[in-house]
Write a protein that binds this ligand. Structure first.
Ligand SMILES: [Zn+2]
Length: 226
């Protein structure tokens, strides 16, 4: 039996969901190179079915392997790798930070419907609880969630949930602005397909905190417009 088949059977047996946006790292372990071999053969079949001469066309030689590696190591890497390590630091002293933190994270993702690129930026808001994580970790976690096949609405939820887990804070907000290759390169062929999604948790549902969050985003956008 193929390795991918064995892993799939294993996940089905354990009731593990393995949708395009799900992380399957605990089932994949260190088998990525073997799975790349299997995916290479499968992509060769796709190229053949598309009637692309992958033997004589110099640009298509090796494309199947490039695609396989790109999926596992780049555009879907967040499915196969464990959550980035986010060491937490205590935020419980007298002069603890009690304000709002808003971190801007560049996002690269892919829609699970057409495997077209989704490019944008996430603004992650948090009111720290008893601990904080390094600023770069917010972006690492957001990227880890994004590097899968996603829907922007789900991605927004995924980032909020993972940031909440990593920081132990219930007060988290995520706002994403992104353009979608599946609107620009196909279908309606729109030149601009800016889509905005927002998830507000805990105190961010209060009018004042919500306003401060969006005011912060507006301020950030003055300096790094998108
Ligand atoms: Zn799509």
């Amino acid at each position: 039996m193929k390795l991918s088949e064995t892993i799939r059977q294993n996940m089905i047996k354990n009731g593990k969901r393995f949708w395009a946006g799900d992380n399957v790292s605990e089932y994949v372990g260190n088998h990525i190179p073997d799975l790349i071999e299997e995916a290479t053969v499968a992509f060769e079949g796709v190229l053949d079915a598309l009637l692309i001469d992958r033997k004589n066309d110099p640009n298509s030689q090796g494309t199947a392997r490039r695609l396989a590696k790109m999926y596992f190591y780049e555009i879907m890497a967040g499915r196969y790798s464990e959550r980035p390590d986010a060491t937490a630091f205590p935020n419980d002293s007298e002069d603890r930070y009690g304000g709002l933190l808003v971190v801007r994270s560049e996002l690269k993702s892919m829609c699970s419907h057409h495997h077209q690129p989704v490019t944008g930026v996430a603004y992650i808001g948090i009111i720290p609880g008893q601990k904080v994580i390094g600023l770069s970790k917010y972006t690492r976690i957001a990227q880890w969630c994004a590097r899968r096949g996603t829907l922007q609405e789900e991605l927004c939820n995924d980032i909020a949930r993972e940031i909440s887990k990593a920081t132990d804070s219930e007060d988290v907000a995520v706002y994403i602005q992104a353009t979608h290759g599946c609107c620009e390169n196909r279908g309606i062929g729109a030149h601009s397909s800016l889509t905005q999604t927002t998830v507000l948790k805990g105190q961010f549902n209060g009018a004042d905190v919500k306003k401060e969050f969006f005011d912060n985003i507006a301020l950030q956008q003055q300096f790094a417009p998108r």
